[in-house]
Design a binder for this molecule. Structure first.
Ligand code: ACO
Length: 669
């Protein structure tokens, strides 16, 4: 009975997985396993996977290959050092066993020329024999490293190596001292050496008779290195950990099976974090760009954790969401988009979470009637991105999507009091942004509470609404005393990783500067002119300043030829006049239309006046032209309130104008 009840739990769980899963291949496998388990309940038998072939699927296995590698490369080392290598090998095998494979469709995008059919076959086997059995105990479970061989390892190695090193770097301050050297110094080298053998066509470690042929064949190393049977992911650990039965069958598969090294946005499959190779080749090269070889070289020093200077990861300089991101990776917190449904049987856990959300919102938004919060949180048209810690809801963002109108309304957003200002609010919003990019909605609108305007501003919201009024009036709920704010999403930004990327870019630039400094190290005699009474000199007169790469800032090309200047300004003015937001500025403001305008605005300007000035050759320098144009925008913002249509037009047209003059080379890009 217990065994059958166990299968019933797994069936229920798989049922949820089938409904939640968005990837077609994965969904199909979940569904087959669901049917298989249901059948075995009906027949009161044991679930048997009716695959064409049974494991192992390739020989030698990854585990054997790695054993061979250790023996091939390190058998000459003294026993203590060899033991270190064995530790590294165990750690590596352990990571593979908890690695979350990318779905075939993700792989197709990342590596378009790969053998996709082969990958898909391995992916399906991995789901059935390794991944799903981790959370469905009634299915027999195998270790990835024991039933797969070089083919699977090749398909994950590069991404995995990169992520392992990245995580080692990020978590270096938290590593126990005895593990630091092992992980920060030896592990990167170990991975590089192994990589060569994994991708080499002639490496002997993948030969079936490696042990017989190898010189040190007598060492029974395969009994030494074997991935420990850990029941849940454990970062950089080589020792077994017991299973916590309370978590079985209660958390999402992504959470349970994801390696701690991967981020798991909104309980969905990980996106490949590596740059897509074809994107790389398509990117246009800009003259003056830093050579790719140099960038790669610098990148290598950055990925190498040993080369990173000692700084506390969670210091005052770390990004607001850094701690939350790390907690998510370690599985301390989870994000799920949930909602009530009238079509499906309510899921108890989701209902509990919805009640939890209702509670958090009611406490944090005391001016909102409780009944109103309850109605919206449980309304099937609304969804809530919920933040779960220790199985409890500690925050969330309730939203309603309006795909036809191109925006989503953020209805409630809150984090429980004792968890505020820890970065959860930021990480929640970043997840929500990624969720919407995935669903192709690129605008958020919200009525922000007076006290929350600061928070929304920090998340990229502004009072300058980009969505046309006609698109949201009548759709979005209007709240008295609150301020309408909007946020436009950029689909090319991976929001949950954004601060890490920026940090990395800063490191790259810092390294590039350091390199440049070592190349041009030259000491000039100090400036003596000041002693002689000179008070000021142009920067470019400082000896060596240009060699450092310094260029005069903000100064564009002053066109000496008056005709050339005239033609350039004429083209820019024409572009500005034909812009869709130029209509309020086409002619001088009429007194009748704007009462008191000329008392407020002392130096009026408009595009018609500018055209006349241009014709009369008034603009003898670009500065005169730019000053007039700037005047139009400043006047407008002075006279009109920020939420007015005019104000928005001025902002947009100003942006457009500056792109045009940059394109024309009149100011530096
Ligand atoms: N005013 C100004 N800045 C704020 C506020 C605020 N009320 N709350 C947070 N911030 C700042 C933080 O200081 C931090 O800034 P920093 O990165 O420069 O240090 C940044 O915003 C983000 O902080 P997080 O720690 O990521 O955010 P937190 O987890 O505290 O969540 C939230 C923010 C949701 C606003 C939380 O404070 C809260 O629940 N407040 C009470 C409920 C509320 O006011 N909700 C919004 C109502 S409007 C609506 O729901 C549509």
């Amino acid at each position: 009975m217990n065994r059958l009840l166990g299968i019933v739990l797994d069936v229920e769980y798989l049922y949820t997985c089938v409904h939640k899963e968005e990837d077609a291949d994965t969904k199909q496998v979940y569904f087959s396993l669901f049917k298989l388990l249901r059948k075995s309940i009906l027949q009161m038998g044991k679930p048997m996977l009716e695959a064409q072939e049974s494991p192992p699927f390739e020989k030698p296995s990854i585990e054997q290959g790695v054993n061979n590698f250790v023996q091939y490369k390190f058998s000459h080392l003294p026993s203590k050092e060899r033991q270190t290598i064995v530790e590294l090998a165990k750690m590596f095998l352990n990571q593979i066993n908890y690695w979350q494979l990318e779905t075939p469709s993700q792989r197709r995008l990342r590596v378009p020329n790969d053998d996709l059919a082969g990958y898909k076959a391995n992916y399906t086997r991995w789901l059935c024999y390794c991944n799903v059995p981790q959370f469905c105990d009634s299915l027999p479970r195998y270790e990835t490293t024991q039933i797969f061989g070089r083919t699977l390892l090749r398909s994950v190695f590069t991404v995995m190596r990169k992520q392992l090193l990245e995580q080692a770097r990020q978590e270096k301050d938290k590593l126990p001292p005895e593990k630091r050297t092992l992980i920060l110094t030896h592990f990167p080298k170990f991975l590089s050496m192994l990589e060569e053998e994994v991708y080499s066509h002639s490496s002997p470690i993948w030969s079936q008779d490696f042990l017989a042929g190898a010189s040190g064949g007598q060492i029974p190393i395969h009994t030494v290195i074997s991935a420990p049977p850990v029941a849940r992911p454990l970062y950089y650990s080589t020792s077994p950990v017991s299973v916590d039965p309370s978590t079985c069958g209660s958390v999402s598969p992504a959470r349970k099976t994801a390696s701690v090294l991967e981020s798991n946005p909104v309980g969905e499959k990980r996106k490949p974090s590596e740059p897509l190779p074809h994107e790389e080749t398509k990117r246009p090269r800009v003259v003056g760009d830093i050579p790719m070889d140099l960038i790669n070289e610098v990148m290598a020093t950055i990925t190498d954790p040993a080369a990173i200077p000692e700084t506390n990861l969670l210091s005052a300089h770390s990004a607001r969401d850094e701690a939350a991101r790390l907690e998510e990776r370690r599985g301390v917190i989870e994000f799920h988009v949930i909602g009530n449904s009238l079509n499906q049987k309510p899921n108890k856990r989701i209902l509990m979470w919805l009640v939890g959300l209702q509670n958090v919102f009611s406490h944090q938004l005391p001016r909102m009637p409780k009944e109103y919060i309850t109605r919206l949180v449980f309304d099937p048209k609304h969804k809530t991105l919920s933040l779960i810690k220790d199985g409890r809801v500690i925050g969330g963002i309730c939203f309603r999507m309006f795909p036809s109108q191109g925006f989503t309304e953020i209805v409630f957003c809150a984090v429980t009091s004792n968890e505020q200002v820890k970065g959860y609010g930021t990480h929640l919003m970043n997840h929500l942004k990624e969720y919407h990019i995935k669903h192709e909605i690129l605008n958020f609108l919200t009525y922000a509470d007076e006290y929350a305007i600061g928070y929304f501003k920090k998340q990229g919201f502004s009072k300058d609404i980009k969505v046309p009024k006609a698109k949201y009036v009548g759709y979005i709920k209007d709240y008295e005393g609150a301020t309408l704010m909007g946020c436009e999403l950029n689909p090319s930004i991976p929001y949950t990783e954004f601060s890490v990327i920026i940090k990395k870019q800063k490191e790259i630039i810092k390294k590039l500067i350091e390199r440049k400094q070592t190349q041009i190290r030259k000491v000039y005699p100090g400036l003596s002119c000041f002693k002689e009474g000179v008070r000021q000199i142009p920067i470019e007169c400082i000896p060596g300043i240009r060699e450092t790469g310094w260029k005069p800032v903000g100064k564009g090309k002053e066109l000496k030829d008056p005709d050339q200047l005239y033609n350039t300004l004429k083209t820019i003015l024409q572009h500005v006049k034909s812009h869709q937001n130029a209509w309020p500025f086409m002619e001088p403001v009429k007194k009748t239309e704007a009462p008191g305008y000329y008392q407020v605005i002392r130096f009026p300007m408009d595009l018609k006046t500018m055209s006349e000035r241009l014709k009369s050759r008034y603009y003898t320098t670009r500065k005169l032209f730019m000053a007039d144009m700037q005047r139009i925008f400043t006047n407008c913002r002075e006279y009109n309130p920020p939420e007015s249509e005019y104000y928005k037009c001025a902002n947009l047209l100003e942006k457009f104008f500056y792109t045009k003059i940059k394109e024309a080379g009149l100011i530096e890009k």
